[in-house]
Design a protein around this ligand. Structure first.
Ligand code: SAH
Length: 202
């Protein structure tokens, strides 16, 4: 499983279902988001080390999270935990020029790394900071995605989500999909176990 084509083929057979998301995976090259020494392994379906003991997620995990999040053209999305920026780029491709991705990273080296990896995207705003309680400045969001493992779901994240919006967040190793109804109630659905680096509180 070493070529870009083979990886895409696998993702299409297994998890990718939505045409606009498939196109985003075709447009974004994972090799642009890994460290030079890992470029030869960029298309292996595994997480890889990036800087500061963090990892770029496994492609299958990024594909599953993107399908569950249901992004669409024109949406405004908050991402907590930019990491390499790979997931950010996929979302930016889906929402297009009329949409916007606001992404937060708490580790300075990674904030810089991702900002550079994403410099060609005009619909991405990179921020350095802690997103455990979201990012009120640009709320409300159509979608919120947290890419690190939380111990609980902050109420602030839900406040920052639009009615009929979707929040996905791993909680104690289990990926949770939280839908906000038209009336502001929440519906939680567990989506399976994944391993993520911890969401840091301070
Ligand atoms: N999807 C990313 C993986 C991100 S790993 C990729 O494929 O590259 C999770 C990231 O969340 C790490 O970079 C970590 O530093 C960051 N993170 C952890 N806690 C955070 C917090 N409270 N606020 C912002 N970023 C956080």
């Amino acid at each position: 499983m070493l070529t870009r084509e083979k990886l895409l083929e696998k993702l299409k057979k297994t998890v990718l279902k939505t045409q606009i998301i498939i196109e985003a995976f075709e447009d974004v090259d994972r090799a642009d988001f890994v460290l030079p020494e890992h470029k030869k392994n960029a298309y292996i379906d595994e997480p890889l080390p990036i800087l500061a003991e963090q990892t770029i997620s496994q492609p299958t995990t990024v594909a599953i999270m993107t399908e569950i999040l249901k992004p669409a053209i024109g949406m405004k999305i908050l991402e907590v935990g930019t990491g390499s920026g790979y997931q950010t780029a996929i979302l930016a491709e889906v929402v297009g020029k009329k949409g916007k991705i606001y992404t937060l990273e708490r580790i300075p080296e990674l904030f810089e790394f991702a900002k550079k990896n994403l410099e060609e995207y005009e619909n991405i705003e990179n921020f350095y900071g802690n997103g455990v309680d979201g990012f009120p400045s640009w709320a409300p969001y159509d979608r919120i995605i947290v890419t690190a493992d939380a111990t609980e779901v902050s109420d602030y994240l839900l406040y920052q989500l639009k009615p009929e919006g979707i929040l996905i967040i791993p909680v104690n190793g289990e990926l949770m999909k939280i839908e906000k109804t038209e009336w502001g109630d929440k519906k939680e659905t567990p989506m399976g176990n994944f391993s993520f680096v911890p969401l840091v509180k301070d």
